[in-house]
Ligand binder design. Structure first.
Ligand code: ADP
Length: 295
């Protein structure tokens, strides 16, 4: 009994800590409106940001604007600020200066819940729970029909492997999706994120190794997804965003280059260097001369 009591006490302490947290974000003048997305144009205007308590700026004067329903890749080395950039879109944090807007509406003027409702998010390590495939895809929007689940799975490139499972969409997938591969989990997470058809989707690519076939599948589903919505893909493998309409190259909190893959390779700057490293063209990195990476 004492053991149980102690562990419940420790857990409840953590829960109460969360419940007591107040929202740091201010929403407009108190009666913020719901966000309406028409074209899915996202604009960052001279955005600067530091994490609370941090000395250095994490984002320094970032400006860019996307066109209707683009597929936007975000690349750069670890710690460059890619995830932080997207956190401001969801308003997990607000910019210190500058504005982030969607279709001309400043995100700080809209209701934060509606913002997160209209932006789908696929994390690097999506959480799947013990339950069926269908329940996992539909859990945030239980009202969706089986057909809608299947449509989302098809677009996410998950339908084929789901069909091959013993009970199809009724297959139990185990705690944290243990019975599935990393790529399969990501594709189910994409299906979950698009099942209620959000006009903007943010995809954070898994850093862990995925096989070539899975990578191609994910690339294909991202492309198909971006046909009628804005897709931001934070990519660790540049090949994932090779066919993006726009690639944002981040370096140390700054947006250093922007353009299509071809334009950026031609430009022969940061992106071109990263590309050569990833395709193995800079042989020295493989031969174990890490200095070549920074040259
Ligand atoms: P990337 O996604 O490009 O790897 P991040 O946006 O995660 O980069 O991080 C950018 C910088 O911000 C890093 O220096 C990181 O240490 C710092 N950082 C990230 N999250 C936090 C946080 N919650 N609090 C303080 N610093 C953070």
């Amino acid at each position: 009994m004492i053991n149980k009591y102690e562990s419940a006490r420790a857990s409840s302490k953590r829960v109460v800590e969360i419940l007591r947290n107040t929202d740091r974000l201010e929403e407009g003048d108190g009666d913020a409106e719901a966000l309406t997305v028409t074209r899915g144009r996202v604009k960052y205007d001279e955005v600067c940001f530091s994490y609370p308590g941090a000395e250095d700026r994490t984002l320094e004067d970032v400006s860019f604007a996307t066109d209707d329903g683009e597929f936007v890749g975000i690349v750069g080395s670890t710690g460059a600020g890619k995830s932080t950039l997207m956190k401001l879109l969801f308003r997990f944090y607000d910019a210190d200066s500058g504005t982030v807007s969607i279709d001309g509406t400043d995100v700080t003027d809209v209701d934060a819940a509606s913002l997160r409702d209209r932006i789908g998010y696929v994390s690097q390590d999506p959480f799947l729970f013990h339950g069926t495939v269908r329940e996992n895809v539909a859990y945030a929007t239980p009202s969706v029909s089986h057909e809608e689940v299947v449509t989302a799975a098809k677009r996410a490139g998950a339908h084929e492997f789901v069909q091959q499972l013993d009970d199809g969409y009724d297959t139990q997938i185990g705690e944290r999706g243990a019975t599935l591969s990393g790529g399969q989990r990501q594709r189910l997470a994409i299906a979950r994120a698009i099942v209620d058809d959000p006009p903007i989707l943010v995809f954070d690519e898994a850093t862990s190794h995925v096989d070539n076939e899975t990578e191609v599948e994910i690339q294909r589903s991202l492309l198909s997804m971006s046909e009628d919505r804005t897709v931001f893909a934070i990519a660790h493998r540049l090949s994932t965003v090779r066919s993006a309409d726009r690639i944002l190259v981040m370096d140390d909190g700054r947006l250093v280059e922007e353009g299509t893959h071809e334009r950026l390779v031609e430009r022969d700057g940061t992106y071109a260097k990263l590309w050569r490293i990833q395709t193995g063209e800079i042989a020295a990195t493989r031969m174990g001369d890490p200095r070549e990476v920074n040259r």
